[in-house]
Design a protein around this ligand. Sequence first.
Ligand code: BGP
Length: 467
Amino acid sequence: MQKFPENFIFGAATAAYQAEGATKIGNKGKTYWDDYLAEQNVFDPSTASDFYHKYREDLEVCQAFGINGIRISIAWTRIFPNGTGEVNQSGVDYYHELIDTCIKNKVEPFVTLHHFDTPDPLFKLGDWLSQEMVTAFVDFSSFCFKEYGDKVNYWITINEPWSVVAGQYIIGHFPPNKQYDIPKAIQAMHNMMVAHARVVKVYVAGNYHGEIGIVHILESKYPISDKPEDDEAAMQEHVLANQFMLDVTFNGCYSEESLAVVKNILKQNQGELIIREEELEILSDAAQKIDFLGINYYASHFLKAYEGESLIHHNGTGEKGSSIFALKGIGERVSNPKIPTTDWDWPIYPQGLLDMLLYIKEKYPHYKKIYVTENGMGDKDLLTNETVNDDARIEYVRLHLSAILKAVEKGVNVQGYFIWSLMDVFSWTNGYNKRYGLLYVDFDTQKRYAKKSAYWYKKLAETKELL
Ligand code: BGP
């Protein structure tokens, strides 16, 4: 039996666009998803889990199930429907009520400012590739700090820069749906880190009482064999997806090692990275001021050397074995027969989380603390007798929590865990059949049903013991 520290947060995560629905209610403006999803006509995000209307009920459930933390995000387009300019008071009021309701139910809100939901007008100006976007994000964040800063204790600037740019410019399943444009992805990722750093600066200057951090998706990368070329492939993907961001998060600059790898990738993909002189000080400053790192961890990858042109197939349907992910100048993700995967081909590998936590402690020893801000298992849940017997999910979470406890024993400062997700939500590229929630949502009636995992999590949160 392993026990968690007394103040550990047993949280659950959501994101505005995936949970709230109400995309056309309360004068909300469009994100880049609205027109794109309408055009595609495959998944409809307009109701999602209706958290916009049901948050009171959901937060009472959190309290009843021992959940003492929640990740929510503020939909930028509820506050500034056009991204900049006029403020929409009903959006401002909504988040006051939501945050107050979290506090009333003793559920600590961890509030994210950008969770994959750029306002459409700023997206059209180039999204994270444009300086207008960066400045508008700083202004929006500054507005949120002034409005909610006296009651929010934990702020997250940006959720998963790597996933955003990989989705937009490499995989092509996030608008603007470009594929294999690795140079654009790298530039946008850098610009997101500059935006993060500028927001940290504003927060610190405002003397707010809370803490600020960033969330990265961090998946460990391993060579599939002991061949040096496979090792090289794993190292390259690790640098691009993990180390490049961690360097700047904790050191405020890219290490020579990371820059050498990234420049080589850029060379093979005919591109360059522009880092402006004036950004260096801001990045370095933020690295010293940041209070915590959020890690989202779902899977790790096994890599093999790859010489061909980039080739990707995104498994968005849960058809096991259909994924392809091979990048020119980097490597190819391959299946490891010893490691189980989800139906969406995500390798289930808790050791990868332990390795990542230990890596951070070793490589960035001045990090302050870590929250695991997302972890969970997407599955095709079946509702039977008003519940879901999601034993596979319980086992997944148990193994990952056990990895966290091992890291804590080895001295890594992890202070909380947020299961993705509180309730079943809209999945950006998989729609509604990939369910992660502790609560099953009947998307026709919006009725919630506690899954077996919810009862398991309740017991864990109450006893703090991992059996
Ligand atoms: C993370 C995102 C979440 C969520 C989760 C599950 O990358 O931060 O918003 O979507 O992944 O991903 P998916 O829905 O693609 O299975």
